[in-house]
Design a protein around this ligand. Structure first.
Ligand code: DON
Length: 309
């Protein structure tokens, strides 16, 4: 039996001297205000126990990690037809790249690059007003984490709305190809709010637990998705969850994972645990610098890599 708390504590101790490494995202002005000298880690094992260290109870902006939850909702709503509008291949480009979209006729490479996530949000929006779609996502995440205190930070959403020129370009471009079915302001309104979900590492590690446990949340006993769907979402996280850093993350960590520019990473050790790390400073490809290092240490210490111990 591994002593998970001892592992989490030793990872935290190794990170303390390095606090502040990386560069905080500043293209969303509200995110630039976050103190970079923070690091949190939470692991929830499939028996439902949560182990924490550092700033694991400090809420942060989950940003692109929300794309996993929105994809889960979209697959529930539209099933495999989601894949008519978005691909399943790694992009090899940055999260907000526009170049591939023209060659590929407005069909984004995967659901985790911004363009793909915007299409996924457009799917969930169908038949709803934007505020209803935002409410649906918030209820879903609260249900997954079994925690009704989770909220959306409106200031962050507004900050991105005011400066999200790149996302407006991507959305307008896809609309011109007919791959966005709602007005750009509606879809992006929902997208900016989903990215502004504010969660702690502890909450996030619980929200991801269904992916570590064959689609069933052991905290509530609810089946969230089928075994097969959980496996497939994990496959997408492994291959596409870190954009053009996905290969490197698989090489060093070997776990399905999804990063966000708020500095969070959610990772899944199938059959074992769901993990959340957070430290605001980002590396060159926009993923948490210390968060990636911490997960590599975790994989080494636990032998949880999906490629073998
Ligand atoms: O759309 C954006 O640019 C942000 N709301 C989310 C990007 C993000 O988190 C990329 N992840 N590393």
């Amino acid at each position: 039996m591994q002593d998970i708390q001892a592992i989490v504590d030793s990872i935290y101790d190794s990170m303390v001297p390095r606090l502040g490494e990386g560069k905080v995202a500043d293209y969303i002005p509200e995110l630039a205000k976050v103190d970079p000298n923070q690091f949190g880690i939470a692991i929830t094992t499939v028996d439902g126990t949560t182990y924490t260290a550092g700033n694991a109870l400090t809420p942060f902006s989950i940003q692109s990690i929300s794309k996993v939850f929105m994809l889960t909702l979209a697959l529930g709503k539209a099933g495999e037809t989601v894949w008519n509008r978005v691909g399943r291949e790694p992009s090899g480009s940055s999260f907000n790249s526009i170049v591939q979209l023209e060659h590929e006729h407005g069909i984004p490479r995967n659901p985790f690059v911004n363009a793909g996530a915007i299409v996924v949000t457009d799917i969930v929006l169908s038949g709803h007003q934007p505020r209803e779609a935002i409410g649906e996502l918030l209820r879903f995440v609260r249900y997954l984490a079994d925690d009704d205190t989770i909220s959306i930070d409106d200031t962050v959403a507004k900050s991105e709305q005011a400066t999200g020129f790149r996302n407006f370009a991507l959305a307008n471009f896809m609309r011109s190809f007919g791959n966005l079915h709602h007005p750009v302001e509606y879809t992006l309104g929902v997208y900016f709010h989903q990215c502004a979900l504010s969660m702690t590492c502890a909450q996030l590690s619980r929200a991801g637990l269904f992916l570590a446990n064959r689609g069933r949340n052991p905290l509530t006993g609810h089946t969230v998705v089928s075994d097969r769907r959980a496996r497939r979402i994990n496959a997408l996280m492994l291959t596409c969850g870190h954009y053009d850093g996905s290969g490197d993350f698989a090489y060093h960590v070997g776990l399905p994972g999804k990063s966000g520019v708020g500095g969070g990473i959610m990772a899944v050790a199938p059959g074992k645990a769901s993990i959340a790390v957070w430290s605001p400073g980002l590396n060159k490809v926009g993923n948490s610098a210390l968060g990636s290092q911490a997960l590599e240490m975790l994989a080494t210490k636990t032998g949880w890599s999906v490629f073998g111990a």
